[in-house]
Design a protein around this ligand. Structure first.
Ligand code: NAD
Length: 437
């Protein structure tokens, strides 16, 4: 199949290179000239494990190319995927669809012959209808079928998620589009990933409902963690105890500082807005959004308490800035609100992240960025683990203690055991594990 991917960000680039790796001919398009120039030169503009090698291999084998010119490759395409951003619209929280609609307009003028236009971006129900309307308005003669194919990959594990998805959702009732989508994903369902064909609106809603459910699950265990702290119970044991029940499932039951990232915050908000607009409010999700928003600043207060209550003029070290490990993505990272809370309380913040520093720097003015956890800990009255990068799981606690002003460790990801940390003379605070943590 001849595939064009419009938008070469986290989703477009990963999907494009994986399709090429299946044997399809793929052109990745982006408006951002510096991104395309970097990709052509073999540099990957994002951090995603395994991506560099896979891009190099498929580009070398002639199945993957990059361009800023949409029209040429779209003419020859069997399928054109839209994988542009759909951020929250400033002011009201609805999804901003301007990039999707702009892409649709450009596609309309370039298509030739039967072409499937596939929306991979996360978009509110009805967006596919509007994309179709725009294409027909711009080019009444276009022979296109617009379908929805939401993406479920997770940053940090994007390639394996794309190549071994739990399911592939395709929203179309058009037999010609169905045949093309079957052909594109054939290598995957041979590997037993189920294809779920449904109508376009249902496919669009599946993506939002999935993200909202996962956000709700995280928020649920975070509230259980808070209760554990009051009751002297252990949230990790509670999670294990309930997660062993297949109806609940063990995943997404890790208590922490609240969800962040490029998807959950904007997608929960967009679903809330869509539901309100249709007089069918989703109160569970409204509450999830509110609880999660408050939680991040509450984490800053937790760090302040652990450091003795007054951190004015004192130094706090923060380990991990990205919203999760194995990515450099800083969008809606909990670290942003937590650090703001610490700065508001008068702290000087020293921070370290293995891959996110470059993205974090413009977002965190006044923070000192360091080259290692030990450099960040120098002179600190407390050190807080905010993102659970693997390299933070086996810190040299004796060395940390030596360089810190006071040995206080706040573990917002529960990656340490209390005994191990206190044995080294640290005061230890974690999430939802026993009284006073
Ligand atoms: P991104 O911001 O990393 O990438 C979007 C890219 O699209 C940018 O490089 C931008 O320059 C480009 N672009 C915008 N308009 C264009 C146009 N008209 N022509 C060509 N290029 C254009 O975004 P992302 O994280 O890849 O997300 C894309 C979509 O996928 C969003 O709807 C998101 O919700 C969804 N999604 C993201 C993830 C994730 O983990 N990041 C997972 C599943 C779904």
């Amino acid at each position: 199949m001849n595939i064009v991917m419009i938008g070469s960000g986290y989703v477009g680039l990963v999907s494009g290179v994986c399709f090429a790796d299946f044997g399809h001919q793929v052109t990745c398009v982006d408006k951002d000239e510096s991104k395309i120039a970097a990709l052509k030169a073999g540099r990957i503009p994002i951090y995603e494990p395994g991506l560099q090698d896979l891009v190099a291999k498929n580009a070398r084998d002639g199945r993957l190319s990059f361009t800023t010119d949409l029209a040429g490759p779209v003419k020859a395409a069997d399928a054109v995927f839209i994988a542009v951003g759909t951020p929250s619209r400033r002011g009201d929280g609805h999804a901003d669809l301007s990039y999707v609609y702009a892409a649709a307009r450009e596609i309309a003028h370039a298509v030739e012959g039967f072409t499937v236009v596939v929306d991979k971006s996360t978009v509110p129900v009805g967006t596919g209808d509007e994309v179709e309307r725009i294409i027909r308005e711009e080019n009444p003669g276009a022979d296109v079928s617009v379908c929805s194919n939401p993406e479920f990959l997770r940053e940090g594990a994007a390639i394996s998620d794309f190549k071994r998805p739990d399911r592939i959702v395709v929203g179309t009732t058009d037999e010609r589009a169905r045949a093309v989508m079957n052909e594109i994903y054939r290598p995957l369902f041979l590997n037993t990933s189920p294809m779920i064909f449904t109508d376009r609106r249902t496919a669009e809603l599946i993506k939002y409902a999935a993200n909202a459910f996962l956000a709700m699950k995280i928020t649920f265990i975070n509230e259980v963690a808070d209760l554990c702290e009051k009751l002297g119970a252990d949230v990790q044991q509670v999670a294990r105890g309930i997660g062993a029940d297949n109806r609940i499932g063990a995943k997404f039951l890790h208590a922490g500082p609240g969800y962040g990232g490029s998807c959950f915050p904007k997608d929960t908000l967009a679903l809330v807005k869509t539901a309100q607009d249709h007089d069918s409010p989703m109160r569970l999700i409204e509450t999830t959004v509110a609880i999660n928003d408050q939680r991040k600043r509450a984490m800053a207060r937790k760090i302040v308490r652990a450091a003795g209550g007054d951190i004015h003029g004192r130094t706090i070290a923060v380990l991990g800035l990205t919203f999760k490990p194995n990515t450099d993505d800083m969008r809606e990272a909990p670290s942003l609100s937590i650090i703001q809370g610490l700065v508001d309380a008068g702290a000087k913040v020293r921070a370290y992240d293995p891959e996110g520093t470059e993205q974090a720097r413009p977002l965190l003015e006044g923070v000192t960025f360091c080259r290692s956890p030990y450099e960040a800990a120098e002179g600190a009255s407390a050190i807080a683990i905010v993102t659970e990068w693997d390299q933070f799981r086996a810190l040299d606690l004796a060395r940390l203690k030596d360089v810190m002003a006071e040995p206080v460790l706040v573990d917002l990801r529960n990656i340490y055991q209390a005994e191990e940390v206190t044995r080294h003379g640290f005061a230890y605070t974690s999430i939802g594990r026993g009284l006073g943590t």
